[in-house]
Write a protein of this length. Structure first.
Length: 303
């Protein structure tokens, strides 16, 4: 059965261009009523205009869909709350949240100003929190919600000149992990996408031939799946090609108290870092349980 969003209300932030535009058009084409949010600023977050969002709304309406434009700055909680309240008043709910808005202020760490670090965190990480927070109570009350955040390989793996962006994007994985756990009892599923696509955010990072291969609408199917009725939860999905990304922990070892020294850690580091039995842990307490069990086994204690 084809995935549809009839009767669902979606907010897509940063939807005036690039990935967000593709997500908004895709959701609308499958029946969702879509709030097309875009502050309308430049790539560095300066300026502002509702025109990009209004242009996407016009595209959706011409194709027979339902949409409204919203110019909320995602780094302003009052504006984000007002956006959610407006959509709820107009259409009855906010069921789907796609936090996609972002800016870039790239510089090597030695040259990066504190204000540029803070602003990127405010838009990406804090802005994602604001979007989730504003929609959370309504989703919980209705026992239904689907949220997709947007991380990046720069946060997952690192990229020169993007300490601010990488920190924000990595932080969003932590936010997703916790919200997925807290949302389970109310059927709120929370996932995160790591896209690679040709947008104004990447146009200077990829050669022209690569840009032609990586179209924004290649990312949208992953977003639509993770916003669907049967979506997983607590999943990091790479998109451009499609992949699932896991954070793994080695089996590790427990050392006797006599070897609680840096020298012993160095001596055993090959064994400590052996990934042959690595696992993706399902929560913070699972790591605690694992370490306690290893310590108990060494001490000969049955728990």
């Amino acid at each position: 059965m084809a995935i549809r969003f009839d009767g669902r209300v979606a907010i897509v932030t940063g939807a005036g261009n690039g990935l967000g535009r593709a997500h908004a058009l895709g959701l609308a084409s499958r029946g969702a009523k879509v709030v097309v949010n875009d502050f309308g600023g430049a790539r560095d977050g300066s300026g502002g205009s509702l025109s990009p969002a209004e242009a996407v709304v016009e595209e959706i309406r011409k194709a027979g869909g339902t949409a409204m434009a919203d110019g909320a700055d995602v780094s302003n909680f009052e504006q984000v709350t007002a956006m959610v309240e407006r959509a709820t008043k107009e259409w009855g709910s906010v069921d789907l949240m796609c936090a996609n808005a972002g800016i870039l202020r790239d510089k090597s760490f030695g040259k990066m100003e504190a204000a540029d670090f803070q602003k990127v965190l405010d838009v990406h990480l804090v802005g994602s929190f604001y979007c989730c927070k504003a929609a959370w109570a309504g989703m919980r009350d209705r026992n239904y919600g689907r949220i997709v955040l947007t991380t990046s390989s720069s946060g997952l793996y690192g990229n020169f000149g993007q300490a601010n962006y990488g920190a924000a994007k990595s932080g969003m994985v932590g936010l997703m992990n916790v919200l997925a756990e807290e949302g389970r009892k109310n059927n709120i599923r929370v996932n995160i996408i790591s896209p690679t696509a040709a947008t104004r955010m990447t146009e200077e990072l990829l050669p022209p031939q690569a840009l032609q291969l990586m179209k924004p609408n290649a990312i949208t199917p992953a977003v639509e799946y993770m916003l669907s009725e049967d979506a997983p939860t607590r999943t990091i999905m790479g998109a451009g090609s499609f992949a699932v990304i896991k954070i793994l922990e080695s089996e590790g070892i427990n050392l006797p108290e006599s070897e609680w020294t840096p020298d012993a850690v160095a001596a055993h580091f090959a064994e400590i870092s052996d990934m042959s039995k690595a696992k993706a842990l399902q929560g913070a307490f699972e790591q605690t349980q694992k370490y306690v069990a290893q310590a108990a086994a060494r001490a000969g204690i049955k728990l």
